[in-house]
Ligand binder design. Structure first.
Ligand code: DAT
Ligand code: MG
Length: 140
């Protein structure tokens, strides 16, 4: 067990429906601290760089357009085992498979428009945090 940081994104389907506060409450109730947060509007190219790992997948173009379709809230969450804990609070990628009480079970609209992103490992968390935030913006 160790204190970790992870990159979270509240996606366009959720910002459109004014769900930022309710989603943040889920993180805080799980003991995750929001140590950095800003609302931005990405271009499809910026979303494409962020999701470059998926560039060969059939849904890549749709994913980039969706992520650029409205503002997103990018944030850094900190806590004990924050990467796994955040993935637990988010629920499965497909909301049909997400456990009751998770963000995706409660709020996601579809597998593509699933309300939140969370880093999946320490290495990806470090790269993803650096994509959006400078060290000075992380206030733990
Ligand atoms: P996660 O966001 O749970 O880490 P992932 O990394 O496999 O899931 O995929 C990244 C995003 O791509 C996911 O949140 C939504 C989209 N996506 C994944 N699988 C998809 C599919 N079968 N159809 C449409 N979009 C999909
Ligand atoms: Mg992923």
């Amino acid at each position: 067990m160790a204190v970790e940081r992870t990159l979270s994104i509240i996606k366009p389907d959720a910002t459109r429906r004014n769900l930022t506060g309710r989603i943040n409450a889920k993180f805080e109730e799980a003991g995750l601290r929001i140590i950095a947060q800003k609302r931005i509007q990405m271009t499809p190219a910026q979303a494409g760089t962020f999701y470059a790992v998926h560039k060969e997948r059939p849904f890549y173009g749709e994913l980039c357009d969706f992520m650029a379709s409205a503002p997103v809230v990018v944030q850094v969450l900190e806590g004990e085992s924050a990467i796994a804990k955040n993935r637990e609070v988010m629920g499965a990628t497909n909301p049909a498979d997400a456990a009751a009480g998770t963000i995706r079970a409660e709020f996601a609209e579809s597998v593509g428009e699933n309300s939140v992103h969370g880093s999946d490992a320490p290495e990806t968390a470090a790269v993803e945090i650096a994509y959006f935030f400078s060290g000075l913006e992380l206030v733990g």
